[in-house]
Design a binder for this molecule. Structure first.
Ligand SMILES: CC(C)(COP(=O)(O)OP(=O)(O)OC[C@H]1O[C@@H](n2cnc3c(N)ncnc32)[C@H](O)[C@@H]1OP(=O)(O)O)[C@@H](O)C(=O)NCCC(=O)NCCS
Length: 207
């Protein structure tokens, strides 16, 4: 009854605009072409402002050294758009509790606000719920990150709480919003909209 969620290999997920796939060497070149955007970095938390100055680690040596090899349950996708890498998305699965923490970021500023984030999020939620069998997916987002919040709401996440003044930024303390979506909500929403699963057959485990 208290079974663990079986962990699967990283799938390639394909949408109309994006391909979510394993990392490859050329992703580093694509990342280095884009400048560090402090506003983007702030959206991932304020720790970076103490640890580095936004340039020190924006070098090939650092980018090729990390992140560490994926642990079981840690899924990391490079986001490919029009033949280049423009960002990444992650799912960290807690197999005992059948839940996962989701995060996403498009490092190429010019591609934001065109629907890529929603497509990435929908592809990963469909895989997490319909293929992996997760019960819940959750995340935290800076309360002032209105675009990300709109993206998550559009994909079925609900606001669950506020972590007030959770992190210290150069201009003061900032709130973070906790959001979550349950498998039942995801299935109902897909059913209500008459949507087929966003996952193509190649992403499903073979039985
Ligand atoms: C967050 C992020 C992944 C979203 O992806 P995206 O491709 O930009 O988002 P989409 O275009 O799919 O959807 C954006 C939604 O916000 C709305 N939006 C667009 N620009 C906006 C803005 N400046 N302010 C508020 N809402 C905005 C869009 O209308 C859309 O909502 P809708 O479907 O209700 O119309 C992307 O913007 C990003 O990488 N930002 C920087 C890093 C980041 O913040 N990561 C998330 C950390 S929690």
């Amino acid at each position: 009854m208290l079974d663990r969620l079986p962990l699967l290999p990283l799938p390639t997920l394909r949408g109309e605009l994006v391909i979510l796939r394993q990392r490859q060497a050329s992703d580093i070149d694509d990342r280095l072409l884009q400048p560090i955007d402090p506003e983007e970095e702030d959206n991932y938390g304020s720790a970076w402002r103490r640890e580095w100055d936004g340039r020190r680690y924006h070098v090939r040596e650092h980018l090729t050294s990390g992140p560490e090899p994926a642990k079981p349950g840690h899924y990391f996708w490079a986001v490919e758009y029009q033949g280049r890498c423009v960002g990444s998305a992650e799912l960290r699965v807690n197999a005992d509790q059948h839940r996962a923490v989701y995060s996403v970021g498009l490092f190429e500023a010019g591609v934001r606000g065109q629907g890529l984030g929603k497509q990435i999020t929908r592809l990963i939620l469909a895989w997490a719920f319909d293929v992996l069998g997760a019960h819940r997916v959750e995340l935290e987002v800076l309360a002032s990150n209105h675009r990300a919040i709109a993206c998550y709401l559009a994909c079925g996440f609900r606001q669950e709480g506020v972590r007030r003044e959770a992190e210290l930024y150069p201009d003061g303390w900032k709130d973070f919003i906790s959001m979550g979506v349950l498998k039942s909500e995801h299935s109902n929403a897909s059913h209500d909209r008459g949507l087929p699963s966003a996952i193509d057959a190649s992403a499903r485990p073979r039985s």
